[in-house]
Design a protein around this ligand. Structure first.
Ligand code: GRG
Length: 303
């Protein structure tokens, strides 16, 4: 990460920390649990994408900071809930015990709820003008909700990527069905939220509809590339660097890109998606440099 990005990341960290200070009506234990996960040092990809989209559209990043914090809160809520015993049942996240291990299940559920709702309060009260705040709330809610991340998580829990409807191994049509089922889950579960980072950043900077479409196309491509990289890291990654258990998907026999396409073809597909993403933002010229670098980072990352 270059110096400028490290600086942006630090600004995001400071704003995230300050935004949890909501006065004495919030029980100390709840605030502690929210802060524990929110401030645990994730990569902050989603907030950085909000700021990069805003910059690419010609605006100062400061105006996009509330939306940048809000999306990281929604992301962190999803990780806390995903780690619960009723979902993925994970004991480690971002290099530390998961929220329900450190606190307890009820507190972890409430910490997630608190972060999810605070995200929308921040956008509604801090993004200007109010029409843009409303559009950002709609973007983020759609991306996080029943047809986005929550829907994708449900489909994943139901085994949509590997069940009988997805066809048997060994024939071509079954392969296509399985590939599109896998893509459909990831588009909802992780892709939509990444897209909303870009559309919110663009909207806040006053982007026109065509520019918003280009940003969304970029988001869709890096969203899928991000997921392929995530699947590859589950196979080849190092648990200490990643701060969580690896090879979980493989051991659970989950359908993943390397399982479906093989490692080499998965890498080739991820590179192709990064090129698609870069083409979609070509009109930004040099103002899109950071977005371009981010697209490459998404598949080169080691955590
Ligand atoms: C519980 C509603 C609900 C949704 C959960 C996002 C999600 C849906 C589950 C997370 C499971 C998972 C590991 C998905 C793969 C992609 C992903 C979101 C990885 C984590 O995001 P990073 O790599 O994490 O950006 P950091 O910690 O860097 O922020």
């Amino acid at each position: 990460m270059n110096e400028q990005l490290a600086q942006w990341r630090m600004l995001v960290e400071e704003r995230l920390s300050a935004s949890l200070d909501r006065g004495p009506d919030c029980p100390a234990r709840l605030q502690e649990a929210m802060s524990y996960s929110l401030m645990a040092g994730g990569k902050r990809l989603r907030p950085l994408l909000v700021l990069m989209a805003c910059e690419a559209c010609g605006e100062e990043i400061e105006v996009a900071m509330p939306a940048a914090c809000a999306i990281e809160m929604v992301h962190t809520y999803s990780l806390i809930h995903d780690d619960l015993p009723a979902m993925d049942d994970d004991a480690e996240r971002r290099g530390q015990p998961t929220n329900h291990i450190q606190f307890d299940e009820a507190t972890a559920i409430l910490a997630g709820d608190g972060l999810l709702t605070l995200a929308f309060e921040i956008i509604a009260t801090e993004v200007q003008p109010p029409e843009v705040a409303a559009a950002c709330c709609a973007d983020l809610a759609g991306a996080a909700g029943m047809t986005g991340m929550v829907g994708g998580q449900m489909a994943d829990l139901q085994g949509g990527s590997g069940n009988a409807e997805c066809g048997e191994e060994g024939d071509d049509s079954a392969f296509h069905i399985r590939t599109s089922a896998l893509e459909s889950i990831h588009r909802r579960k992780t892709g939509r939220l990444l897209c909303s980072a870009l559309s919110m950043g663009g909207r806040i900077a006053g982007a026109n509809p065509q520019t918003l479409r280009n940003l969304t196309t970029y988001g869709e491509s890096i969203g899928l590339a991000f997921q392929i990289a995530d699947d590859l890291l589950d196979v080849c990654g190092d648990s200490e660097t990643m701060g969580k258990q690896v090879r979980k998907d493989v051991e659970a026999g989950k359908l993943t890109y390397p399982a479906l396409l093989g490692e080499a073809e998965s890498r080739r597909r991820a590179e192709e998606l990064v090129n698609d993403a870069c083409r979609a933002i070509a009109d930004f010229g040099s103002r899109g440099q950071r977005l371009e670098a981010m697209a490459h980072y998404v598949i080169a990352r080691d955590r």
